[in-house]
Design a protein around this ligand. Sequence first.
Ligand SMILES: [Fe+2]
Ligand SMILES: [Fe+2]
Length: 305
Amino acid sequence: MAAGLTIVRKSDRREHIGKKATTLDLLVQQGAFDVTRQHIPAGKYFYLDAASDWEGFEFIYVLSGVLRITDDDVLLHVGDYIYHHGLSQRAHFQVEQDVELLLISSPPSFHLMRDEIQEILELARSVEEKDEETEGHCHRLERLAIATGEKVNLNGDQLITLSYAAYLHDVGKVKVPDEILNKPGPLTDEEWVEMRRHPEYGARMLEGKEFLRDAAKVVRAHHERYDGSGYPRGLAGDDIPIEARIIAVVDAYDAMVSDRPYRKALSKETAIAELKKNAGSQFDPQVVRAFLRVVNVSGGDPDVA
Ligand SMILES: [Fe+2]
Ligand SMILES: [Fe+2]
């Protein structure tokens, strides 16, 4: 074999991380460079951060699938590639069809990406372990929330905040005692006080991390109600972040159509009727209308105020 040539077989791949369908493989890290392969499922959003005084270099090659640059509405197909030496503005991407990307970056970015993904994984896992009701709930919520966010024309940053916040909305429940969280009967007044602290607990867990700071605000507000009767702060209308107004709707819907220890799942029709009934009081009517289009309810929805 040629002197100095390193061959790495697929079977001894280096580091590998995954968040459900998103996976990241570090292929090579050498000096100031790293080369990673990333698989991202359709529907996901991500961005490349702005860094105008950056000395670095970032290169992305599409191995398979289709990627959209949402800022310019340009599609990238197999064999297309992009690169830059520092962006003056954040660039946003949406995965149109599952993509495999080859990324080369200097300075190395793999560990940044890995830390973000792992922190989220750990937080979310810690809730799922404590609260059986959330099994699968976080992922369904993230998907429904993003689809609703697109309908109300959120921008790329907002969609990313929404996706983190939807996934982590109940993460503060890890700090609520088990006896309360999994109590079979109704909660006492004092127990409700504790239960209702979970948005604040969650926000505090997230706000220490720079990339989750916006999501923390949304998590804090996910039980606020449009008419101001929610908690923890009694915010109303547009004072509630739009991402939180979206999570309130999709969270309520998903809870209604899921089985609970004390009741069977409600039908989709019943759940939708409930959302419509509470549009304008509990929920933002604009968000309810957008959500109904997502769950494919017959056109117009004229009966939602
Ligand atoms: Fe919650
Ligand atoms: Fe929830």
